[in-house]
Design a protein around this ligand. Structure first.
Ligand SMILES: Nc1ncnc2c1ncn2[C@@H]1O[C@H](COP(=O)(O)OP(=O)(O)OP(=O)(O)O)[C@@H](O)[C@H]1O
Ligand SMILES: [Mg+2]
Length: 364
């Protein structure tokens, strides 16, 4: 149980803990393993299926290198094909591979991911197709996102470079996904993602942005705007300074991280660049002071941005929004709902300025 969830939620859990159909009840690993013994694929609530280790092995051709997609803190991610009779589905399979001392933490993240993601449904959140909790093996099975993560796309690791209208579309999609989490729709309680970053924004075939990785997510019941944590979790470069210094987590911690992603979209730089000296590593510190100065702003714009794909007006509006999202005081940051509205206005301004030209996509 992730460090004592909020009392209202706890009350609800306790009063119904005997009821396995209650989507709020955390299910112990043993319970999942019981379900593992039923014929597969078994559709669970909200469409999550339960898989065996063998199915994971077959889907990825024994975790072959050709199916390897990437590696993160939880383990390796593989492309897989799930077959059921004639039908087949391409998926991404994340395999938990942690050293023994991190296994308990991994198990907790695994449960939070399954528990939260299987009850959420939004076009800008990655869908969890199912999971495998077979013995000690843990896998998460997601919809496959053909264009990988945003950071790789921005850094040209993907097939194509991103033009300005496409970056605006991605920013808006990510903001909408975050707004859905913060609004608490479907779950009834607002959710803080806590690990919002460019590698956790995945892009589908149409470059629609979908937020992934909910292992650190936290439920924030109404009336409780702050949650005090014993440990600061997340990713260096995206940490809300207020959360880092006080341990107080708020929905606005995600807004700070969202602001960092906006800066990545604007500059094409990484949130943290270890190749720089100790005082120039952090993107926010590098550019914060010039975001509202148009002349200086040009100097930090991503040189990969085709000049014909943007007008300075929309860049300035975007930089101004980013500068407010990364304010040190969380209360001075806009809500993510406000970010959605502003981005819609920026997109309108951009497309009007470009003479109604719709987004182009430049392949390299
Ligand atoms: N659903 C998916 N579809 C396609 N590729 C994916 C999917 N999920 C993850 N990936 C790829 O696998 C890589 C590793 O993902 P993972 O979430 O494990 O690590 P990360 O986000 O880079 O780091 P962290 O562990 O800190 O979150 C991603 O960067 C992405 O390129
Ligand atoms: Mg990730």
């Amino acid at each position: 149980m992730p460090f004592g969830l909020i009392s209202a939620w706890n009350k609800r859990r306790r009063s119904k803990s005997h009821d396995h159909s209650d989507p709020w009840v955390y299910k112990p690993a043993e319970y999942w393993q019981l379900e593992d013994q039923t014929p597969r694929p078994t559709k669970r609530r909200h469409g999550s299926s339960v898989f065996t280790f063998r199915e994971m092995e077959e889907a990825t051709r024994s975790f072959s290198d050709e199916n390897f997609l990437g590696k993160g803190g939880f383990g390796r991610v593989y492309r897989g094909i799930l077959r059921s009779g004639e039908a087949s589905q391409i998926v991404a399979i994340k395999k938990m591979e942690l050293p023994a001392f991190k296994e308990a933490e991994g198990e907790r993240e695994f449960r939070v991911e399954v528990d939260i993601l299987s009850r959420l449904d939004h076009p800008n959140l990655v869908s969890l197709i199912g999971y495998c909790a077979d013995g000690k093996d843990r896998f998460l099975v997601y919809e496959y996102m053909k264009n990988g993560n945003l950071q790789d796309c921005l850094n040209g690791i993907g097939e194509a470079k991103m033009d300005w209208p496409l970056r605006l579309k991605v920013a808006l999609g990510a903001a909408k996904g975050l707004a859905y989490l913060h609004s608490g729709s479907d779950v009834g309680i607002p959710i803080v993602h806590r690990d919002f970053k460019s590698t956790n924004i995945l892009l589908d075939t149409n470059f629609e942005a979908k937020i992934s990785d909910f292992g650190l997510a936290k439920l924030m019941p109404e009336g409780q705007e702050t949650y005090v944590t014993a440990r600061v979790l997340g990713t260096f470069g995206y940490f809300d300074p207020e959360y880092t210094s006080t341990g107080k987590l708020t929905l606005q911690s995600d807004v700070y991280a969202f602001g960092v992603v906006l800066l990545e979209l604007l500059t094409g730089r990484r949130a943290v660049d270890m190749s720089q000296g100790p005082y120039d590593q952090n993107l926010v510190l590098q550019v914060r002071h010039i975001l509202n100065d148009r002349k200086k702003l040009r100097k930090v714009l991503d040189p990969e941005l085709g000049r014909s794909t943007y007008i300075m007006e929309s860049i300035a509006m975007f930089a101004n929004l980013a500068s407010r999202c990364v304010r040190t005081e969380s209360s001075e940051r806009p809500s993510v709902e406000e970010c959605v509205k502003e981005l819609q206005l920026i997109i309108y301004t951009s497309s009007k300025g470009l003479g109604g030209r719709t987004r182009t996509f430049r392949k390299v």
